[in-house]
Design a protein. Structure first.
Length: 412
């Protein structure tokens, strides 16, 4: 056996997690270092399917059972767990979606059958189709209750399907759209059953006029009957727009069928949860200053009422606006925002740090020093990494140096 290239060594543990291997000696020759664990795999017996079903669960960093998390379910789990968990983590860290648990469902030998509803025309391939209702029952009556009993979840969940998985996503929409809050179909094989399947979707919102949720459809450069079938659904949505159901269509001509899921998963999740990052309101805060804060607070109050749990105004995003104003030489505009932020979130280290920086920019160094100290205390109490606390400490030391050297003009 050959040795793994350096770039592959990090993938060894991951290959084991996903049930594969890299086929090189280094996979068995790495005694040092600590394993990087993405998640844990469980086996759930499904009475609906009459088989064991492997499921991998990736929890958010710092998972706290006293908090409630959204859940992202992804089909073809071993293929898509890595990039899905990465997208969820990065979007949550940048306040573009809620922190979420990722549940990746592996296939068995019955993949095509599980993903597809009964065919009305001639059998497809080897005829292994038509068990999508049983697979839906597995999700509704077995997997979702298992996840909700084991982990702390809120009511938000998303289902992601690629290729044949896109057929299963559409089948749930066609029969039980309330089962998930959001749906992502990537390169969905909606041409299934010689076009009969996509034609059956034409009256979804006549049959389910009160359906709520979101559907993100993406297609790479496949073209042909697959593209035509997806465009058929897009035309249906355009001609019969649902009143309370959001949808978005995106073509990705630079992607292939196999590469599209990475880009589309990130884009789809960001779009489904776009209310978590209201760009127009951040721009309004930058333009109008503290006067825009009540509108931002009202936005997150409405979002909280809509989803059924509190969605806090992200302190970090408000802080970023304040910081932009400081760096633009507009400390007089940054300071009221930072003061209002501390008034609303006095126990948040980011709020205290924002006010300290704004005060420093305004040459109110003694006050800045006090708020840097409070930011350090709160960051330590919150368990932030040592390097993070040290960064605040460096700002504090800089202010102390300025005070010792006589401060700056206008310092009181």
């Amino acid at each position: 056996m050959r040795s793994c290239p350096a770039a592959l060594r990090a993938a060894v543990a991951l290959g084991a997690l996903l049930g594969g291997g890299c086929g090189c000696l280094a996979a068995q020759e790495a005694p040092d270092g600590e394993p990087f664990v993405l998640g844990r795999t469980y086996t759930i017996y499904s009475a609906a399917l009459g088989e064991d079903r492997p499921v991998t669960v990736a929890l958010p960093v710092g998972y706290d059972p006293t908090r409630a998390y959204a859940v992202v379910y992804v089909l073809d789990g071993p293929i898509h767990i890595v990039h899905t968990a990465g997208a969820v983590h990065m979007l949550a860290q940048s306040h573009r979606m809620p922190e979420s648990i990722v549940v990746a469902v592996a296939n068995t030998t019955e993949r095509n059958a599980n993903m597809s509803p009964p065919a009305q025309g001639a059998p497809v391939g080897d005829g292994s189709v038509g068990r999508a209702d049983e697979f839906k029952t597995f999700f509704r009556d077995e997997l979702k209750p298992w996840v909700e009993a084991r982990y702390s979840t809120n009511r938000l969940d998303v289902l992601i399907g690629h290729s044949a998985g896109g057929v299963f996503v559409a089948h749930i929409l066609n029969t039980e759209p309330e089962l998930f809050d959001g749906y992502i179909s990537i390169g969905g094989s909606l041409e299934y059953d010689d076009g009969r399947f996509v034609a059956s979707l034409d009256d979804i919102f006549e049959r389910f006029p009160d359906a709520r949720g979101s559907l993100y459809l993406a297609m790479a450069n496949e073209g042909g009957v697959m593209l035509a079938a997806n465009l058929h659904l897009v035309r249906t949505l355009e001609e019969h727009p649902p009143s309370s159901f959001r949808w978005r269509w995106r073509e990705m001509p630079d992607e292939t069928h196999d590469s599209a899921p990475v880009r589309a998963t990130h884009d789809g999740l960001e779009w489904i949860f776009e209310a978590w990052n209201p760009q127009d309101l951040w721009s309004e805060l930058y333009d109008r200053g503290v006067e825009a804060l009540p509108r931002i607070e009202a936005h997150f109050a409405r979002l909280s009422a809509e989803v059924g749990f509190e969605v806090e105004m992200p302190v970090e995003r408000v802080r970023m606006v304040s910081r932009r104003l400081e760096l633009a030489g507009q400390a007089d505009r940054a300071l009221p925002i930072a003061e209002a932020l501390v008034e609303r979130a006095p126990e948040h280290f980011m709020a205290q740090s924002a006010l300290a920086q704004a005060l420093e920019a305004a040459c109110r160094l003694q006050e800045a020093e006090a708020h840097y100290r409070e930011a350090m205390r709160l960051a330590s109490a919150a368990g932030r990494p040592a390097y993070f606390v040290r960064a605040i400490e460096e700002y504090l030391e800089g202010v102390e140096d300025r005070i010792r050297s006589g401060g700056c003009k206008g310092d009181g």
